[in-house]
Design a protein around this ligand. Sequence first.
Ligand code: SF4
Length: 412
Amino acid sequence: MKKVELLSPAGNYEKLETVYHYGADAAYIGGKILNLRAFSKNFEDEELEKAVKLARKLQKKLFVTLNAIPHNSELELLPDYVNYLESLNVDGVIVADLGVFNLVKRNSNLPLIISTQASNTNWASVAMWRDLGAKRAILARELSLNEISEIREKVPDIEIEVFIHGAMCVSISGRCLLSNYLTGRDANRGECTQPCRWKYYLMEEKRPGEYFPVVEDERGTYIMNSKDLCTIDFLDKIIETGVDSLKIEGRIKSSYYAGVTTKVYRQAIDSYYNKEYTKELLDSLKKELESVSHREYTSGFYFHKPDKNSQNYKTSSYVRNYKFVGKIIDKISKDQYIVDVRNKIEKGEELEIVTKKGRNTKVLLDQIVNLEDGCLIGSANPNQKIILKVDNSLDVGDLIRVPNKGGSNQID
Ligand code: SF4
């Protein structure tokens, strides 16, 4: 049986290393043009070349997004850029616009992947993209399991990719003018300010500055504030629709987010094929998904159209149960590792190492050795390098976290 692909987001080179480290089969990144994540640190050419080398070394796949909706002037650079991507041998480009599709096809033999922005909600549009030469279609998020199965059945000869985790849009897969209208920043050009999550008031035109609450309950209203998609409970059902690739959303999320979500879904996919997809495992994986910054979770459109339970009415804040504090960047000996500190840590704290596979390792930080001078210190600050002594074997690339003091934090 062909195993489904786990596809993770990588907003920069470090995130790419991290998602490969934690088991992604493939990653998607933005290049320097036509890329729908203006706020992620996208890959300039040199870094892109490094990224492709890393993918080849690890025998992983790498896809490049060209999925913004372009205007005429933005097409000028496209043919050369497409040639360049082909010369690098990337595994495919993700496009949303028919014109971009055509230009990529005319200028290269790059595999074409149709973005979710193209709103593929039915088998006929997927079949049309196949007939035009697309290798893969990413389905719109607004589909049920039954609809996905039907598309798979009716169009067997194209790869199908679906989203399994991450932020949802209240509009059809990001085709939304809300951000553009309210802030001048266009979601279709990667600049969404997510006004669908905001808290809204009513203002009468002759009473500027007087805000009348729009009340759904005592907390006010968040009329368009979707919960985040999480499919860990029914990943088996998604795999059984016969799709080829499972995608995690979030190129602008942190390395920690990308790493932990990738590890969790890697474990879920492997356990499905090993027939170990048990309730106990799912409970522990769900707990792990609570550890990353998220809004409350929803099953999206997979079982039914979203209802009142799919919205978050209390807050648009994120829940953060853990703080990412560092990354293992080198191994000195079997029990000594160099840690790049990312958030302040103090002597006496219990660190949790997010290991590459399986259970995480806990380490009491009873001493902190500064790498630069070998001196013992009471605390370490971001960008400082320290030596960590442990009993267990760890991997370079493992991330380190500590629980957020005071339990679950709601942070905007
Ligand atoms: S404002 Fe909300 S619904 Fe619109 S594109 Fe942005 S995230 Fe999606």
